[in-house]
Design a protein around this ligand. Sequence first.
Ligand SMILES: CC(C)(COP(=O)(O)OP(=O)(O)OC[C@H]1O[C@@H](n2cnc3c(N)ncnc32)[C@H](O)[C@@H]1OP(=O)(O)O)[C@@H](O)C(=O)NCCC(=O)NCCS
Length: 160
Amino acid sequence: MSTAEKRDINMVSLLWAGPELAGEIAQLHGRLFDPGWDEPSVAKLLEHPGATTLIGRTGFPKVSVGFAMAQIAADDAEILAIGVDKDWQKLGLGKKLVDAVVRSLARAGVKRLFLEVADDNAGGRALYEKCGFTEATRRKGYYTRPGAAAVDALVMSKAL
Ligand SMILES: CC(C)(COP(=O)(O)OP(=O)(O)OC[C@H]1O[C@@H](n2cnc3c(N)ncnc32)[C@H](O)[C@@H]1OP(=O)(O)O)[C@@H](O)C(=O)NCCC(=O)NCCS
């Protein structure tokens, strides 16, 4: 099987994730974010009654390659994090994860979905814009990083 065939996102199943998958999600998160979330922190989020989390997994071999975590609070919900393993990026999996979360939240009666993304995160912004999110507000200099200039946080929203 060629590399291209191995990376067909139609072979990635989206599964609902509960606290039992906290370890897998923490590993994915840790490869994509600095600092990554540890397993107990992810488990705590997955135990929340409003947790709505999907994990993307290949069938054979069974490998987790992406995730999307959201949380419902009354009529609103927030995307807490989304990540796609580097080898699987730019193939449409991020959009597939966001679209699936959006459909599920809409069915649950959520009216508005929010998220926060760093202004300099070109991939994150492109994905969310592609999925119909627009800028709601901007938090000036929200992300501070050692030895680098602070970066704005964009709060984006989408009506469901
Ligand atoms: C952001 C992220 C989830 C995107 O996942 P992905 O599977 O590559 O996204 P998709 O393939 O579905 O791409 C969706 C759109 O965004 C565009 N896009 C994705 N990454 C991009 C990048 N780095 N720069 C510019 N555009 C990008 C794609 O081209 C696509 O648009 P198109 O359909 O017009 O081509 C992935 O890059 C990632 O995990 N990044 C690290 C974690 C992160 O920053 N998460 C977001 C903040 S929580």
